[in-house]
Design a protein around this ligand. Structure first.
Ligand code: IPE
Ligand code: IPE
Ligand code: MG
Length: 239
């Protein structure tokens, strides 16, 4: 693809999709309108990722802390998730996209849980793109969950040593390589409890563009910037 000529692509892109509320406020619209247009950005970015042959995409859609938002907003977000699952399943099948959830599925109403599991099952054998959606996600909770699993398995003798590789296997991202690029939209310079373990050496890219406006062109700009980065992993810079 000519727009990607000479670009070194990441294997795994993670995105903190932020700024839906501000997008709506700028237009005097209710926040939910920002979330609805944000869903279109999700489709655009998923489609673009697939067309660029990037094999892993992780989208932060709802944090554990987001449950503290007003009841009405949470309700609308759940409705949007429901619509998304209905609408996007055919596209995922057509484009060979595997849908995966990271986060506490149990926090969701039973009906949504069933639907999420159903989409994961139906797309489970798809190979081209692994689409991870972080839902009711907390990086600290994920690390605690892993620590508990490890303690249990160490006690009963199923594991003999605890190192980084072993630890990673107990995370919700088991089997998924760490993100190469983390994008955050809407300009906030923080991680907000996202993928704390996994981003140890991830390149961070922050743009002021609000999520509902973040489309293919803005994504390409992030990928171009990533391609210019010099990743050193603690080594001395090569001459
Ligand atoms: C991101 O947009 C979507 C979610 C966190 C669910 P926000 O709703 O956080 O939008 P801002 O940050 O208030 O603009
Ligand atoms: C981070 O955005 C979570 C998601 C994008 C789902 P927030 O809007 O919740 O983060 P803070 O509150 O600004 O840190
Ligand atoms: Mg926000």
């Amino acid at each position: 693809m000519s727009e990607l000529k000479d670009i070194k692509l990441p294997m795994h892109v993670a995105i903190i999709m932020d700024g839906n509320g501000r997008w709506a406020r700028q237009r005097n619209l209710p926040r939910v309108e920002g979330h609805l247009v944000g869903m279109e950005s999700v489709r655009d970015i998923v489609t673009a990722t697939r067309s660029f042959s990037i094999p892993y995409l992780t989208l932060y859609a709802f944090s554990k802390e987001n449950w503290t938002r007003p009841k009405e907003e949470v309700k609308r977000l759940l409705e949007i998730l429901d619509i998304y699952l209905e609408q996007e399943l055919p596209l995922m099948m057509e484009k060979d996209i595997r849908f995966n959830i990271i986060g506490d599925l149990n926090d969701f109403p039973e009906r949504i849980q069933e639907k999420l599991k159903d989409v994961m099952k139906k797309t489970g054998k798809n190979k081209e793109l692994c689409l991870n959606i972080a839902l009711s996600y907390s990086g600290r909770k994920e690390i605690l969950h892993a620590a508990r699993g490890i303690a249990e398995d160490y006690k009963n003798g199923r594991i003999k040593k605890i190192d980084e590789r072993v630890f990673s296997r107990y995370l919700w991202t088991k089997g998924i390589p760490d993100p190469d690029l983390l994008i955050r939209t809407s300009g906030e310079l923080r991680i907000s409890n996202f993928l704390l373990w996994q981003i140890a050496y991830t390149e961070i890219y922050v743009t002021d563009i609000l999520w509902p406006d973040f489309r293919k062109e803005a994504y390409l700009e992030a990928l171009r910037e990533y391609s210019r980065r010099d990743r050193r992993f603690g080594r001395v810079k090569e001459a």
